[in-house]
Write a protein that binds this ligand. Structure first.
Ligand code: COA
Length: 172
């Protein structure tokens, strides 16, 4: 399994993957918007490829945490998708781990996401509101709004209001 940065040649395969993994078009639209954005960091769009097949894809984008005085740059995970035929083989996990390493080397202290409460805790994600972090951009339950530390101790001193990149708004 080759875990590597997505290239322009992968775009079509990744769009197909997203429409197979998700019921609607929102994630495919989101990925297209994020790639076109000025803040897009190419190394944070990662594919899992084997035998010429793009089996999985993960993307991270720049988002913000406002502590009342400063806007801190933090990362957001999403979307993450694995082709239905190749799910439950550890591909999602490999993409998350590689993505976290890359976000760390880009200097991000934290990674946020909205996701399955039964899936992400195994990769170190915890409920964000339990750490004094809120979100007003979207309405979401506590279990789904998650965060993980990349820099040890970051959750002890970073609090406030989280905002996804504006590309996440008005998707549907
Ligand atoms: C969620 C997803 C990315 C996981 O990728 P994956 O490669 O199948 O996951 P992994 O192989 O790394 O992990 C598999 C484990 O996660 C669990 N898991 C997978 N999807 C899950 C889900 N939706 N909810 C809870 N657990 C889930 C499996 O039960 C398995 O657990 P086990 O090892 O105890 O049997 C993949 O199933 C997918 O693309 N789903 C459709 C799109 C989606 O929902 N994306 C995530 C949006 S938050």
């Amino acid at each position: 399994m080759n875990i590597r940065t997505e290239t322009k040649n992968d775009y079509e395969k990744v769009q197909n993957l997203l429409t197979q993994a998700f019921p609607g078009q929102e994630e495919a639209i989101l990925v297209r918007r994020l790639r076109e954005d000025k803040d897009f960091q190419r190394e944070l769009s990662i594919v899992a490829e084997e035998d010429g097949i793009i089996k999985g894809h993960i993307m991270f984008s720049r988002s913000s945490l406002f502590d009342g005085v400063y806007n801190h740059h933090v990362a957001a995970l999403g979307p993450l998708a694995v082709l239905p035929d190749y799910q439950r083989q550890g591909i999602g996990g490999k993409l998350i781990e590689e993505g976290k390493r890359r976000c760390f080397s880009h200097g991000y202290p934290l990674v946020f996401l909205f996701g399955h409460p039964a899936y992400y805790p195994r990769y170190g994600f915890v409920q964000a509101r339990a750490y004094g972090i809120d979100i007003t951009q979207f309405t979401v339950s506590d279990e789904v709004f998650m965060v993980t530390e990349l820099q040890p101790g970051a959750l002890d001193h970073l609090h406030g209001e989280f905002r996804f990149h504006s590309a996440f708004e008005d998707l549907g």
